[in-house]
Design a binder for this molecule. Structure first.
Ligand SMILES: C[S@@+](CC[C@H](N)C(=O)[O-])C[C@H]1O[C@@H](n2cnc3c(N)ncnc32)[C@H](O)[C@@H]1O
Length: 243
């Protein structure tokens, strides 16, 4: 069993091209490494808002020379939890993608249900579910989109630790995590990782660290990503202070 510090994944060198306010910030290093390891041909994100997670996926594709496409699905109108927001949010995401990820990023401005018809069954390698966070909404999104993910593909759920208001991803996660090969990052607002059954687990040290080995090893991986996240935050503060 490798220790994550020996593994030294590419996120250690990662500097986000654009930072925007989001509770997703804690999971950027893992998302970056996941893309570098999985080498997905097709990423779909359900719920993009001001783009932090999506930009991370796109930057990881680009900087790790992954020949993949990333699709962001959102009405860019907001939902009951984000609240309504203005047109400038969509424009900012569109402009950043045009400037940096033209050709491998696509914004689908529609509902998740409408977008589902645009993807063939078993065609997605990495699906990120981050829409409305009620139990019923996340359950609906998962049931609708699971057939679209290829066997051995990966589904991410954000907010598995968020317990405010009527957030219900945490309850949905309790229901499904025993049914799949799964891993959970419990820091920040929490990120759940599920491997879609029907093919062997994706290869790579990151997946070995997540799914092989003992409780101690999995705990070390959490600590590792907490530390990388803090390190990046300090670097950002330092560069702001220098400017
Ligand atoms: C929590 S935010 C996404 C956060 C983002 N992933 C980040 O990195 O910060 C949820 C977004 O999902 C969108 N949304 C929620 N339900 C939707 C649906 N059924 N169809 C399309 N967009 C939806 C909202 O407009 C909102 O922008």
């Amino acid at each position: 069993m490798q220790h994550p510090c020996i593994f030294m994944p590419p996120s250690v060198q990662f500097t986000a091209k654009k930072m925007v306010m989001s509770t997703w910030v804690d999971h950027m290093p893992f998302a970056y490494d996941l893309v570098a390891t999985l080498q997905p041909s097709k990423i779909v994100e359900l719920g993009t808002h001001n783009g932090l997670s999506f930009f991370t996926f796109c930057q990881a594709l680009q900087e790790n020379n992954v020949d993949g496409l990333a699709y962001a699905v959102d009405t860019w109108q907001g939902d009951e939890h984000t609240g309504a927001y203005g047109e400038e949010v969509f424009e900012m995401v569109r402009d950043h993608c045009r400037e940096h990820y033209r050709g491998n990023s696509y914004l689908l401005r529609m509902t998740f249900d409408e977008a589902a018809d645009h993807f063939a069954d078993q065609s997605i390698d990495l699906l990120h579910i981050d829409g409305l966070h009620t139990y019923d909404a996340v359950s609906h999104d998962f049931q609708t989109w699971l057939p679209k993910v290829r066997p051995g593909g990966v589904v991410l759920f954000h907010d598995i630790e968020a317990r405010m208001e009527d957030f219900g991803v945490w309850r949905f996660w309790q229901d499904i995590k025993p049914q799949y090969q799964s891993y959970e990052f419990r820091f920040g607002f929490g990120l759940g990782v599920v491997i879609v059954p029907g093919a062997s687990r994706p290869a790579g040290t990151l997946f070995d660290l997540m799914f092989d080995g003992d409780e101690m090893g999995r705990h070390e991986l959490q600590k590792f990503y907490v530390t990388v996240g803090h390190y990046h935050e300090l670097q950002r503060k330092l560069s702001r202070a220098r400017r």
